[in-house]
Design a protein around this ligand. Structure first.
Ligand code: F6P
Length: 540
């Protein structure tokens, strides 16, 4: 088998030479930005989406070299293999067909000799019919009252993407059913939610691909007890979404409805499957969900077909690799100047770090280079008053700014200092990007700004189902492109397993303590014992 290591590629070695050149003062962004054509040369515009990388530490020659890296690593071919149903998730011997869930081309996609499209369409059809009936009150709760709320039980990929899309769209579209997210096993998460709902008008939607996730099953138990305490039948209030063949499918638990996602859709890539379809259709109607899918599809087509130097996710992936691997930045921030996008960074944190935080290639060779970096974020301008001191004068990290041309509540604006709120927001976004790039000299060293701190800017027209779909699919495509170029598998997540195994040993020990059964004295480490004593004694 040939090595999958990116470090074995010719263009990788050449890029190392470029990184030395980019440490020279003449390559400082303040000089690169003197070029009047800088924005034109280093930006990509497609209908509904503008990507500006003029303030990244790149030049034309370097970009050529990065595109050679993409060619040499066969990134585009791997993307096509992914969308056509090849088992690109090699360690788990699975396809990664999230793009099929929003494929409107009517083409067949074969997996193990079977077209997957009919089953995907069938699930969407079921969800459409179910949510329509529910909105028309043909389906109501145990006491006959129409539903007003739904608590979505799920964690990680079975929650973060759906929450991002819900929070974004609810600024624009009034939900027919309010969603609440019960992800954490923390009883205070549950306690907060039940203060806001009426048990008789609330649905409980359990989302788990594996149906084995401890937190989700604990929260399901909590929900069932809650229903029992309120004399409500789960057959009228509980919905499950799980992979075909999971323990959830064969469970004897009574429920109102159940929908499938499939083995070939990874949790963190699952928003466009039943995982997002059911809750988002409950909230906004299936038609809105379908518009969101169309936005995803438009970006998927672009990601697959646009030439390399006009391809937004591929270019962003290459710049990510340049920043992390060659310029050595340890992190990247996502700063949307749009409060509707407040849950974008939490979603991308999981998407990116669970996909790219790897130590071996897709064929199991240990890597001799960094894989994914740390992703974090917070909406601007709040971020400016939180951690931008460090961004400007402390440890440098690239930033991705996101701006929206038309705010949802445009008509509410008033002027302050001669500008409207939304203009003030943009003034800040534009100023931050420029300040990071050019810096400022000062005789007073405390007031000196080194500059040369890279950023990209993404602009979309407005918050709409289509633009949110484009943003979601942009981050998905960018993540998988980065994985393909690095030669790692962006679809497995073995790194989350060890902690789960250790938690299971501790859980067993606690359960025995609860029953007053003595446990094996040395089954746990001494430090863990000390903490358990605190918990069981109820004091420090
Ligand atoms: O622990 C991480 C993880 O396995 C994610 O990959 C996944 O999205 C999440 O847990 C939830 O898994 P499930 O949908 O099977 O409950």
């Amino acid at each position: 088998m040939t090595s999958q290591k990116v470090s074995a590629l010719k263009s990788y070695a050449k890029l190392h030479q470029f990184s030395h050149a980019f440490s020279q003062p003449e390559q400082h962004l303040k000089h690169l930005l003197e070029d009047k054509n800088r924005l034109e040369n280093f930006s990509i515009r497609v209908p509904g989406f503008f990507y500006d990388y003029s303030r990244q530490r790149v030049n034309q020659n370097l970009m050529q070299q990065l595109f050679s890296l993409a060619q040499e690593s066969k990134a585009k071919q791997k993307f096509s293999q992914m969308t056509s149903g090849e088992k690109i998730n090699s360690t788990e011997s699975r396809a990664a067909l999230h793009t099929a869930t929003r494929d409107f081309t009517r083409a067949a996609i074969f997996l193990d000799g079977q077209d997957v499209m009919p089953q995907i369409k069938q699930v969407n059809h079921q969800i459409k019919a179910f949510t329509q009936d529910l909105h028309e009150n043909k389906i109501s709760g145990h006491t006959g009252k129409p539903f007003s709320d739904a608590v979505v039980i799920g964690i990680g990929g079975s929650y973060l993407g759906c929450q991002f899309v819900y929070e974004a769209l609810k600024t624009k579209i009034d939900p027919k059913i309010n969603l609440h997210f019960l992800s954490n096993v923390d009883i205070d998460n549950f306690g907060e939610i039940i203060k806001k709902i009426n048990p008789q008008t609330c649905l409980w939607v359990v989302i788990s691909k594996t149906y084995t996730t401890a937190e989700t099953l604990a929260n399901l138990n909590q929900a069932l007890l809650y229903l029992k305490q309120h004399h409500l039948d789960p057959a009228c209030h509980l919905i499950t979404i799980t992979a075909k063949g999971s323990p959830g499918e064969s469970s004897s638990q009574k429920h109102l409805a159940s929908f499938n996602m499939f083995d070939y859709i990874g949790g963190r890539y699952s928003v466009s499957s039943a995982v997002g379809a059911l809750p988002l259709s409950l909230a906004f109607g299936f038609d809105v969900f379908e518009q969101f899918l169309k936005g995803c599809h438009a970006m998927d087509i672009h990601a697959q077909q646009a030439p390399d130097n006009e391809n937004i996710p591929l270019t962003a992936a290459l710049i990510g690799i340049w920043n992390t691997h060659f310029l050595g930045y340890p992190a990247q921030a996502i700063i949307p100047y749009c409060s509707a996008l407040s849950k974008l960074a939490p979603h991308v944190q999981q998407l990116y770090m669970e996909s790219l935080g790897k130590s071996v290639t897709s064929i199991g060779e240990p890597v001799d280079y960094k894989t994914g970096c740390v992703i974090f974020g917070e909406p601007g301008t709040n971020a400016q008053h939180s951690f931008f001191q460090l961004a400007h004068q402390g440890m440098a990290f690239p930033v991705e700014f996101i701006g929206i041309i038309h705010p949802v509540f445009n008509q509410e604006q008033t002027q302050s200092k001669g500008v409207y709120n939304h203009q003030e927001l943009w003034a800040n976004m534009l100023a931050q990007a420029q300040a990071l790039a050019i810096g400022k000299d000062s005789q007073d060293s405390a007031k000196y700004f080194s500059g040369n701190r890279p950023s990209s800017t993404i602009i979309v027209n407005e918050i709409s189902p289509e633009t949110i779909g484009m943003l979601l699919a942009f981050y998905e495509a960018r993540t998988v492109y980065e994985g393909f170029i690095l030669g790692i598998n962006p679809f497995d997540q073995f790194g989350v397993e060890l902690g789960k195994v250790l938690a299971s040993g501790i859980r067993k020990h606690m359960a025995q303590k609860n029953k007053n059964v003595p446990s094996e004295p040395d089954s746990l480490d001494p430090i863990t014992h000390v903490y358990l004593d605190m918990l069981f004694k109820g004091s420090l």
